[in-house]
Unconditional design. Structure first.
Length: 317
């Protein structure tokens, strides 16, 4: 087992140990299965890369922090699936579709509170900073989900609103950066660079998710947007493709958005290479901005692999 897999296993073990007395065995098993999907560990990966770059090695305290980060991340995804009525997540039934909306909602609330509890048990001088960051980012993700839902009811979305939603919903990565900053006691300049880096990484991940879902296959190997990838469109959630439509022809963008929300409407009119080019270009721009934040920074060598990691996740890099 390599170092990353070993670390991820320790994070899972720590999280499950904390959950054992709080939820029933069937639900605990479902949570553990979802935690074991390793391609979603980028927030804790970010935390460890930042701390390692400043010479802080793996420890019991850093393990607890990483566990809280991944518990928070899972909470955001569970609630996101409820709001967007996603039936699947990572090619498995979403928690709400398997156990019902109420159970998933309560489970998400337990996870949110548990992350807070884990951080509160760390040394006092750190726990107050950690809990403040945790509370702040909990608010951010709720704002992002609420704004996302509100804008889904509109005919079009502005570029500003889209990126604002993406940044707010990237709260798990930004939480990882904030907790690393608090853990290390970084100065203001270093802190701002790390926060910006995490924000750009989070936004790029959201864009990659949009592209992957809407194209139906990662890597755009299919010429048309596949029906199985259209749920977000059909629900009215605004994506990077809507940005392209509204930027280039607002009236046409409105018409197409209305068609998209009609499940009986043919979807092959969306076969436009320029839309894909725009989406991929925007994605790569966000990763470039992330790279720029740390290019002259003393931790750049440790954070560059994270950019490569994010690129591999979406197969767009």
């Amino acid at each position: 087992m390599n170092e990353t897999n070993y670390r991820n296993q320790k994070i899972i073990d720590s999280a499950i140990s904390s959950l054992k007395t709080l939820i029933d065995p069937d639900l605990l098993q479902a949570i553990e299965e979802r935690l074991r999907i390793t391609n979603r560990f980028w927030p804790s990966e970010l935390f460890f890369r930042i701390t390692n770059s400043f010479g802080n090695n793996f420890s019991e305290s850093s393990l607890r922090i990483a566990s809280a980060i991944e518990i928070f991340h899972l909470y955001t995804l569970i609630h996101d699936d409820i709001v967007d009525t996603h039936k699947t997540r990572w090619n498995k039934p979403s928690l709400y579709s398997e156990f019902g909306t109420e159970t998933a909602l309560f489970c998400g609330d337990i996870l949110l509170s548990l992350g807070h509890l884990i951080l509160s048990r760390l040394p006092t001088e750190l726990s107050l900073k950690f809990m403040r960051s945790y509370a702040e980012l909990s608010t951010h993700v709720a704002q992002g989900q609420m704004l996302d839902w509100k804008i889904s009811k509109q005919s079009f979305v502005t570029e500003h609103d889209y990126f604002r939603i993406a940044e707010l919903k990237a709260a798990a990565g930004i939480l990882a950066a904030n907790l690393a900053i608090d853990f290390l006691g970084l100065n203001k300049v270093a802190s701002e660079k790390i926060k910006c880096f995490a924000s750009y990484c989070g936004v790029s991940s959201q864009i990659a998710n949009d592209i992957a879902e809407l194209s139906g296959l990662r890597g755009f190997q299919e010429p048309y947007l596949q029906k199985r990838g259209m749920s977000e469109f059909r629900l009215g959630r605004k994506t990077i493709f809507h940005i392209y439509l509204t930027k280039h022809d607002k009236k046409k963008g409105r018409i197409i958005s209305e068609k998209l929300h009609n499940p009986n409407e043919p979807i092959n009119f969306l076969h436009k290479q320029e839309m894909l080019d725009y989406a991929i270009s925007t994605y790569r721009k966000e990763l470039s901005l992330a790279q720029a934040e740390i290019s002259s920074f003393n931790c750049s060598n440790d954070l560059k692999p994270l950019l490569e990691y994010l690129s591999k996740l979406s197969k767009l890099g």
